[in-house]
Design a binder for this molecule. Sequence first.
Ligand code: ATP
Length: 394
Amino acid sequence: MSHSSALRTTAPSAPTATTQASSAAVASPAGGTAAQNAVGSVRFEKVAKVYQSSAGPVYALHDISLEIPAGSIFGIIGRSGAGKSSLLRTINRLEKPTSGRVVVDGIDIGQLNERDLVALRRRIGMIFQHFNLLSAKTVYDNVALPLKVAGASAAQIDQRVKELLALVGLQDKHNTYPSRLSGGQKQRVGIARALATAPEILLCDEATSALDPETTQSILQLLRDINRRLGITVILITHEMSVIREIADRVLVLEKGSIAELDEVWKVFGAPRHEATKALLAPLQHGLPDDLQQRLQTTQPSAAVAHEQIVQLSYTGEASLEPDFVRIAHAFPARTRLVHGGVDRIQGHAHGRLLLAVPGTASLPEFSTLTQGPQAIAHQIEVIGYVTDALHTA
Ligand SMILES: Nc1ncnc2c1ncn2[C@@H]1O[C@H](COP(=O)(O)OP(=O)(O)OP(=O)(O)O)[C@@H](O)[C@H]1O
């Protein structure tokens, strides 16, 4: 498929803005190279946001400095009120920072006049949790609207809307009204509309939060496709950690308006460091099964009491280490059983944990030699407790 070049170049409003951005990027006053300022990059420089409310000032963002590379998929997570929406909305200047700069493609967007701001917003599409479609207009007209506003001709609009509806898989819904569409279809219309002016950045504000898991998967697939085929930078905020795990390259964890963590997703999800991250990721952890949880003791029973030692092997994705069951079996004594666990893959890195039940009287291997160097079978190994009676005879 070669929608890519067509969809990025045929929007009537985009060429001027994109050309401006590219030339400004090459001649960046900050001295950055053209590659650093590639189309679709965002840089926050010491961004702060303070809202004035009747109850006094609300410090929503403090000292945010980071860079989102062009063409990447960037996730923003954080507890409710952490500042995610505030940060996202500074990118198209729906919110103006109280201090600091937001630089899009090498241009400080705080300096733009009204006309340039309109042009900027055409280069930055946005989709929403509740789709924000016009219910009195057909699918076709919803997608056509930004093109009409941008002054495109009827022929340009027709060609572009057809391309976009084909891209999002709604070529047979031109004349349908939003009320007749499923949630996933509505979001596809939202995406087509957001792409109408050939943006270089797509902001996604909880875009899958109102969708069921299967529809979420199909929308994520579409977003990934759009990112890869059109080279559009995708920046998303979500409370669904599985969405970040599924499609983001890098993730920012915000806590009380500050950066708690910022790194590649497999690193943050494999070994979360900040309390806020650990709390957010807790639902993704495979909890202990109830029967094991209830019977787990923290002190080891005496040798006279039949029991098992529960050993946890953790995988954080580092150094491409994978669970190798032959080596695990060799490292542990006879009659060791695999009782629980799971391994996910994030960006090609194995991530998860396995729980082994080792006979209580057997001596355990030296964990330090099994977690380092070429002999490593896991990133971390620890005894998490003991159970009397073998689990499988309970
Ligand atoms: N217009 C506003 N006026 C006053 N306070 C605001 C305004 N918008 C946001 N806030 C406050 O700023 C802080 C950050 O809000 P923001 O919406 O950015 O957080 P969030 O992480 O997106 O939260 P959520 O996940 O609940 O949507 C919160 O304390 C919020 O109450």
